[in-house]
Write a protein that binds this ligand. Structure first.
Ligand code: BGC
Length: 366
């Protein structure tokens, strides 16, 4: 079958024949319809991230997936040929308490694998086989944009982490607060935009920043959901004096991350989701002043990675809610779809003003 193959840590990517996946009585064979491309994929192709499966030099790329069941193993129940499915990404270590209870996103040993990223083949191939535990069924009404479910699951977890930290105020007098939570989202790629949708749908007042003017698809969509867009190409000063209760960072820029600490309101929480490069270059930080206000204002900095099945399920509920409230806003986050043969543009080209680029497999061709 055709697959998009990388050989990390060597840079590069090729479309070529790979062996068919191995089916068993316990698995489901899935025909891939389409896969989204994200910064992680681009980093793997650039040779900066990712590991092939043990004993192999090659890794099939792709983790943001949508597929359709083609064959159901004889010992599998609950799945039928034709069902739409999204597969989760991480497979637990099997030994720590989190992995053993379905929360491998909090794995403590680091011995997990991630399909299409670390140690296990991904979904940018004609087909894959998987056990039901890792497959999330998707209603056919969400076919047009369910490829966003994996990045949305990452957002669901990050927002949940932010809310868990804020939960420390829940039992105190005066909570819930009278005013909506002031949320800042940094970056208007798919993660930032999905975060803006989740937070706006949950009643937060949302400001999203990027380094573009008002004439992008992202800025137009933010206006549709009542979120403010601010161009911070010239720095965070464009935000005026505003400070925020919850900051969801989706840019992966370490210098910006430190600057954002100064934008936290008293008792505020910042959740980092962007994965900065491991570039060892030092840069100046006003460390003492930043930590001083963190202490004096009860602020929290938290990192969040990956997601578990519950976050995919919450994401499905949100996709339906977004449509109900804002029509096709979430669909429009997919700004381009190309056949898999055109992989070079989203994986090697300039990131540009696209929100989410999607590669379609032959089974998902329009
Ligand atoms: C994926 C996550 C993964 C993370 C780190 C992200 O792009 O969406 O599932 O855990 O990369 O590898």
């Amino acid at each position: 079958m055709q697959a998009l193959v990388v050989s990390p840590p060597a840079p590069g990517v090729t479309l070529r024949e790979m062996p068919e996946p191995e089916m068993s009585a316990e698995s489901v064979l899935v025909e891939v319809l389409e896969c989204g491309i994200c910064g992680t994929d681009r980093d793997i192709v650039a040779g900066k991230y990712g590991t092939p499966p043990p004993g192999s030099k090659e890794l099939i790329l792709g983790h943001e997936n949508l597929g359709q069941v083609r064959e159901v193993g004889s010992r599998v129940s609950g799945f039928s040929v034709g069902d739409l499915v999204v597969a989760t990404v991480r497979r637990g270590c099997g030994s720590c308490r989190f992995c053993r209870s379905g929360h491998s996103d909090f794995c403590e040993t680091g011995r997990f694998t991630e399909r299409g990223i670390n140690g296990r083949h991904g979904y940018l191939a004609a087909r894959y086989a998987e056990v039901p535990e890792y497959l999330v069924k998707v209603p056919s009404a969400l076919r047009s944009h369910a490829v966003l479910l994996e990045p949305l699951s990452v957002v669901e977890k990050a927002v949940q982490q932010g809310r868990a930290v804020r939960g420390r105020f829940d039992a105190l007098p005066g909570f819930p607060p009278e005013r909506p939570l002031r949320a800042l989202v940094t970056g208007t790629g798919a993660i930032g935009m999905l975060a803006a949708l989740v937070l706006a749908s949950e009643g937060c007042s949302v400001v999203a920043v990027d380094r573009h003017g008002a004439d992008t698809p992202a800025a137009a969509l933010l206006a549709r959901i009542g979120a403010a867009h601010v161009d911070t190409a010239a720095g965070l000063a464009a935000l005026g004096a505003d400070r925020f209760d919850l900051i969801l960072e989706a840019s992966g820029s370490p210098t910006l991350d430190f600057d954002l600490l100064g934008r936290l309101a008293p008792n505020g929480t910042i959740v980092l989701t962007g994965i900065p490069g491991a570039d060892p270059t030092a840069f100046p930080v006003r460390g003492g002043a930043l930590l001083r206000s963190l202490v004096l204002e009860n602020q929290v900095l938290v990192g969040s990675v990956n997601a578990n099945r519950t976050h995919f399920e919450r994401g499905l509920a949100h996709l339906a809610a977004f449509r109900e409230r804002w029509g096709d806003v979430a669909e429009r986050l997919v700004t381009e779809r190309r056949p898999i043969a055109e992989y070079a543009a989203p994986l090697l080209g300039k990131a540009g003003a696209t929100i989410k680029s999607v590669l379609t497999l032959p089974a998902g061709a329009p």
